[in-house]
Design a protein around this ligand. Sequence first.
Ligand SMILES: Cc1cc2nc3c(=O)[nH]c(=O)nc-3n(C[C@H](O)[C@H](O)[C@H](O)COP(=O)(O)OP(=O)(O)OC[C@H]3O[C@@H](n4cnc5c(N)ncnc54)[C@H](O)[C@@H]3O)c2cc1C
Length: 589
Amino acid sequence: MPTYKAPVKDMLFVLNDVLKLERYSNLESFAEATPDIIAAIVKQGGKFCEEVLQPINLSGDKEGCIRHEDGSVTTPKGFKEAYDLYCQGGWGGLTAPTEFGGQGLPWVLSVIIQELTASANLGFSLYPFLTAGVAGLLNKIGTDEQKKTYLPNMISGKWTGTMNLTEPQCGTDLRLLRTKAEPQDDGSYKITGTKIFISAGEHDLSENIIHLVLARIPGGPEGVKGISLFLVPKLIDGKPNRVSCGSIEEKMGIHSNSTCLLNYDGATGSLVGKEHEGLRGMFVLMNAARLGTGLQALGLSEVATQNAADYARDRLQGRSLTGVKFPDKVADPIIVHADVRRMLMNARCFNEGGRALALWIGLQMDLEEKAETEDERKTAKNLLALMIPTAKGVMSDLGYANATNAQQVFGGHGYIHEWGMEQFVRDARITMLYEGTNGIQAMDLVGRKLPKDNGEAIRAYFQMIEGYCKEYEKDYAEFTDPLKKALGDLQQAAMWLMQNAVKNPDNAGAAATSFMHLMGLVALGHMWAWMAVTSDQALKAGASDKAFHEAKLITARYFMNRHLPQTGSYYKKIEAGSEFMMALPAEAF
Ligand SMILES: Cc1cc2nc3c(=O)[nH]c(=O)nc-3n(C[C@H](O)[C@H](O)[C@H](O)COP(=O)(O)OP(=O)(O)OC[C@H]3O[C@@H](n4cnc5c(N)ncnc54)[C@H](O)[C@@H]3O)c2cc1C
């Protein structure tokens, strides 16, 4: 049976010592986020996840969701009780606006809760995660009436939410969307069509489910310009709307989350935002949803690594190459073996670096809205443009790889259900697929974000990293030198793309995933340099927790020496272009 210990100390280190959240106390919502409040949230959130959500993770996976003849869905044993406790604890309203019952805290704190809940129970976490997404969108673009009707109940958790984009013939390519929305005399719309793969589409946790649905108003423009966004409640004034769950998917992982086929059969909906501007509306929640998906993978990587480390300390096999370490035992624990360490260290430097990166990105999301000057808000916006697809793609690729490596540490036992490791692997796999596949994240980064406004965002990013290196290179060249080298690879890669992508767009497609990972390495390198400097300064100032900061420095060195140099090979792959990738005819495959 796997276990989970919330990484409270590490989270507080990033929030208080690295990002120094206190320095933003002049901004809206940050004043309430005092160090005491932050500590209480991280500790209480961690305790809730350890004690309530984690114990029903394995059983929830085994049991799954059950659809009944009447289309209703039952979640696994213990989920309803856990959900009620989640709502009573006010976790769903932590960063939601106070006027609708939320606590109005900075958005960056929801990053903490997302990681914690994903580690403890990813399937469960998706129910409130989607609800928060829908509520966040309504808060930004809903009418006053919609906000008043839906937000209080969604923020309290009484009602949950879903996002409905996908249809059988329409996944990545939303131009192919067919669901219809016919205007009615009373200003409402009748929604008809089939949506598939809808997470949390039907369940027994909440009194009502509010579906956010993309559909076409007949007579509108072709393609994505003719798509509008609608709210379709499962119940209207307590009476069933014409939306039903046709089936739930039998899938690889996240069994405790009901992934539904939803039939809309003339269901009553209301328009959100303007007609034909549905995609623009959906983009409002895209940043949060994509970062959240990266966090799901990070959460799984963290819990999988914790269990692998415990196992590696216990499991006795073989002897250390450098001589017997535990002569009183029949064999040494496998943690003495460098190859096992490799897997644990790889995961550790991603988990801690990824956490810092996600929190820093979360902070940018606050700053994009709340920073005092237009310049600061613009900088945050530019950074987010690059970092959101990078965080989603890189964190989910690496999170999945780490979950697999953590499973590998268990040897054959990792393949057996009761250890929980194979569940982490299965659950992590979805994060690379939904919310836009990772290939699409990479294309978004390279095809849209990089060239936008003449490369304004990437130039701002280069400047920021160069500035950081300049500030610390005198005392911390050990960390800034490899970061500068990695940045050089990123700059060369960006330059190569500028010169070669227009000539042949397949060069951009062929380079995209490598570029995203190159960018991810630089971003993680920045975080590791920042954390190393922070820990070194803490040690010099006589910090009481010496072991914690020394471990940070060692992990930073591991990252700088073993991971960051991979930027060179990513650059080489980019530079290889698309010629041989695209040369074979389709029938040769
Ligand atoms: C468990 C689960 C839960 C989900 N939850 C939801 C949900 O709540 N709401 C919702 O609306 N959807 C949901 N989805 C759907 C999910 O977002 C889509 O499956 C995903 O976006 C990919 O679409 P697709 O499956 O149709 O793949 P396709 O679009 O058919 O893509 C297939 C492959 O081709 C690649 N590809 C496609 N187009 C391009 C291109 N132009 N350039 C380069 N490569 C390309 C993709 O990267 C992918 O590798 C869920 C899916 C699953 C499995």
